[in-house]
Design a protein around this ligand. Structure first.
Ligand code: NAP
Length: 298
């Protein structure tokens, strides 16, 4: 069974791996099929689901909610995460994509997510991307209002630099519980730019998105040396797939990131669980880093 982990000292408890629903519409599932998928990953111990208002051109949350509606009791067995703060051209009235972190927008977007997901609270709401026009006091006002009304239990950010995180935190009466960032062997900046150091310092756990490079890990020829090294390490540590090695490589980081799985195939989701029991030694970890970057440590 999958482990559970506290996101922060005062934060929620999530499953060690999370299911991400960005690509939900690509999976072409009926509400009944999706309900089965959700029940299957809950049975595996993956109880946390990652969403955002904009996923699927603002349609994924509703599709998920349509499945939950078929069995409302499932909500009590899950933790739901959503995000807001991006406005895309998919919405009429947005001739240009932009970021938006005004108080009213945050409150309205969270309320929309509740209605679409067919729930009356979110376990966690994130600001999706740093907004150059973000007024931290306004975001704080929105978060406090959503917290007071019981609509959102915890708050965090996504893709924030440590400075942006510190700014927002300085205005809040409660702790931000995560920074959701891209972490994978093929995208390593957060590992050394201070982002994960800040998480470790504050004892909060990052959430890791696109751990498999959105699938490019398997398809791009430039990653053949990485695939070869992952395969070698897989044999050494008894992993069945290179994905398991990637998830273990991410979980080996001392800030304990929670990988978000992007697959709609239950067998791939199920296979990822083995990663929690795989341990890479330092040399194996650095061999994967080197194979991805193409150069050794200085
Ligand atoms: P990912 O795991 O890097 O990529 C998932 C893609 O890889 C899917 O298309 C999947 O296809 C494919 N894949 C998985 N295993 C494969 C294999 N063995 N061979 C070939 N293809 C394979 O994750 P992601 O979807 O990019 O991101 C995961 C989640 O992170 C999202 O759902 C979202 O919740 C979150 N996210 C957050 C942000 C942010 O800014 N905060 C940004 C992006 C994503 P199948 O479905 O066919 O398995």
């Amino acid at each position: 069974m999958l482990n559970r982990i506290k996101l922060a000292p005062q934060g929620p408890e999530f499953s060690r791996l999370i299911c991400g629903y960005w690509r939900l519409l690509e999976w072409g599932m009926s509400p009944q099929k999706l309900l089965t998928f959700i029940e299957q990953h809950i049975e595996l111990g993956i109880t946390t689901a990652d969403h955002a208002d904009i996923y699927g051109d603002y349609a994924c949350e509703k599709a998920f909610g349509d499945a939950i509606r078929l069995k409302p009791s499932l909500r009590q067995r899950m933790e739901l995460v959503s995000k807001c703060g991006i406005a895309t051209t998919a919405k009429p009235g947005n001739p240009i994509g932009h970021y938006i972190t005004d108080r009213n927008h945050i409150v309205h977007s969270a309320e929309q997510s509740l209605s679409h997901l067919h729930t009356d609270y979110l376990d966690l709401l994130l600001i999706h991307r740093p907004d150059p026009l973000m007024d931290a006091d306004e975001v704080s006002e929105a978060f406090v209002a959503l917290h007071k009304s019981g609509k959102v239990r915890h708050f965090g950010v996504s893709n924030f630099t440590p400075a942006q995180f510190t700014l927002l935190q300085s205005r809040l009466p409660f702790s931000l519980v995560t920074n959701q960032v891209e972490i994978s062997p093929i995208h390593q900046p957060a590992i050394l730019d201070g982002t994960l150091d800040q998480c470790q310092q504050l004892r909060i756990k990052p959430m890791a998105w696109s751990c498999l490079g959105g699938g490019r890990l398997f398809s791009d020829s430039e990653f053949q040396p990485l695939r070869d090294e992952l395969q070698s390490v897989a044999q050494e540590i008894g992993a069945e797939t290179i994905e398991q090695v990637v998830f273990a490589w991410i979980m080996r980081l001392p800030s304990s990131p929670l990988p978000i799985i992007g697959s709609g195939k239950i067998e791939r989701v199920s296979s990822a669980l083995k990663a929690q029991s795989l341990v890479l030694n330092r040399q194996q970890w650095f061999r994967i880093r080197k194979a991805a970057l193409g150069y050794d440590v200085p």
